[in-house]
Design a protein around this ligand. Structure first.
Ligand SMILES: CC(C)(COP(=O)(O)OP(=O)(O)OC[C@H]1O[C@@H](n2cnc3c(N)ncnc32)[C@H](O)[C@@H]1OP(=O)(O)O)[C@@H](O)C(=O)NCCC(=O)NCCS
Length: 260
């Protein structure tokens, strides 16, 4: 399939909307011009406003209501708010900044799945199964600095994703000499794959392990006849790496965080 500019944009915008890793207590609040997820049990993710298209006179009240909702958490309010070309009013970033949110620059990126990247010798990538899931969940949760009390619920959520039908989530582990050194996932959308969560253990960084994780996922998609990979990457971490590996920026946007 030939991907047009419009199709890239639509895929990039649609990519984060999926329920693969939602928990039992995740609530989706969705209406025209609004998409929000609320997960009381989660720390540091699954609590965000992705789409907010509001009249200027409604924006401040909406922000206050969202902050109040997430403020009931024992650790204080923690929420991510995405601001992109779709967000209205256009001064949304300033309004979030005034309320103490801090900005992270992000890029929606895309790549054809038929490029091949060189994988360093000694690095293997395997797809996570129910048998290898426990170690994977602990590795990933620690890598993303999740408190240890989150491991059990992560294990339950990932286990459910592995056995879901239809199945859209696939997790991958990079290993050197059998030891887990990297993790990542793909969420399958209708006609493209959404690459998420690339993580390499600090002592193994800079040796091409992330490159191996990207390559494995592109190959996985290509083998299923899926020609496009989409990801959302931070400017400060993987976005320049992905550009170097062959991804293109579809559009930049911002994530604003209110953290305890
Ligand atoms: C981001 C992360 C996964 C990278 O892992 P890594 O194994 O060190 O990355 P690699 O060694 O495979 O490097 C990937 C490529 O990017 C290149 N690269 C590195 N820094 C770069 C930069 N600033 N600009 C352009 N290219 C860069 C590398 O040279 C390499 O290309 P090469 O193999 O052709 O030389 C790792 O640093 C990490 O786990 N960070 C914490 C989690 C995180 O932030 N993940 C990203 C989520 S948005």
């Amino acid at each position: 399939m030939k991907w047009t500019e419009d199709a890239y944009e639509r895929a990039a915008y649609r990519a984060p909307i999926g329920r693969e890793l939602h928990r039992r207590d995740t609530r989706v609040i969705e209406r025209p011009g609004w998409y929000q997820i609320v997960t009381p049990s989660a720390v540091g993710h699954l609590n965000e406003v992705y789409i907010s298209k509001l009249a200027p006179e409604d924006a401040d009240r909406a922000i206050d209501e969202v902050v109040a909702e997430y403020s009931s958490r024992p650790n204080g309010p923690a929420v991510k708010w995405c601001v992109g070309h779709w967000t209205e009013p256009k001064d949304f970033s300033e309004r979030l900044r005034e309320r103490g949110f801090t900005r992270t620059a992000v890029r929606a990126m895309a790549c054809s799945t038929d490029i091949r990247l060189e994988v360093p010798s000694g690095v293997t990538v395997d797809e996570v199964t129910l048998e290898t899931l426990d170690a994977y969940v602990v590795f990933e949760a620690r890598g993303w600095s999740m408190p240890d009390d989150q491991h059990a619920i992560q294990r339950e959520t990932y286990g459910a994703a592995l056995t879901a039908s239809p199945r859209t989530a696939h997790f991958f582990a990079a290993r050197v000499d059998g030891a887990l050194v990297g993790s990542c996932a793909i969420f399958l959308r209708e006609d493209f794959g959404y690459l998420v969560g690339g993580l390499v253990v600090p002592h193994a960084r800079g040796r091409g392990i992330y490159r191996a994780l990207v390559d494995a996922r592109l190959a996985f998609l290509l083998a299923r006849g899926i020609s496009l990979a989409v990801t959302h990457a931070r400017d400060a971490t993987s976005a320049p790496m992905l550009e170097h590996l062959g991804f293109r920026t579809v559009y930049p946007y911002e994530c604003w965080y209110l953290n305890p």
